[in-house]
Design a protein around this ligand. Structure first.
Ligand SMILES: [Zn+2]
Ligand SMILES: [Zn+2]
Length: 125
């Protein structure tokens, strides 16, 4: 791993924030002020290809980057905040159904986060 790869890998793995490339760029700049955006994108793609980190894609929002440890996501429909959650592991069920054709699954549950819920009930009252 290059020093950039290693550092980006560390940043993503230490974070539970589901950072965007832009946020990772800001973080990395604190350590390597000369780093370019292109370097960030190239290294993020490489780390994803190697299966060392994973990409979380959302409609109408930049990609986020995350640890690969198996977990699922709940996403606020309103503000787009992503939180980690662990549901029952469906791998066995899916393997039974699809056999060798099963690759992986990526589950997202959409909800209204506590902040948005509060905002909504404030507006109603
Ligand atoms: Zn929200
Ligand atoms: Zn996550």
């Amino acid at each position: 791993m290059t020093k950039y790869e290693k550092k980006i890998y560390d940043i993503v793995n230490a974070s539970y924030e589901h950072m965007t490339a832009e946020q990772i760029y800001v973080e990395l700049q604190k350590i390597y002020p000369a780093v370019s955006r292109a370097t960030i994108y190239n290294n993020l793609n490489k780390l994803c290809d190697l299966g060392l980190i994973r990409r979380v894609s959302l409609e109408d929002s930049p990609d986020r980057y995350d640890r690969i440890k198996k977990h699922d996501h709940i996403v606020c429909q309103k503000c787009g905040r992503i939180s980690d959650i662990s549901f029952e592991d469906l791998t066995q069920t899916l393997e039974k159904q699809f056999g060798e054709n099963f690759l992986y699954y990526d589950l997202k549950v959409f909800y209204l986060c506590p902040d948005c819920r509060k905002l909504q009930s404030n507006n109603l009252s």
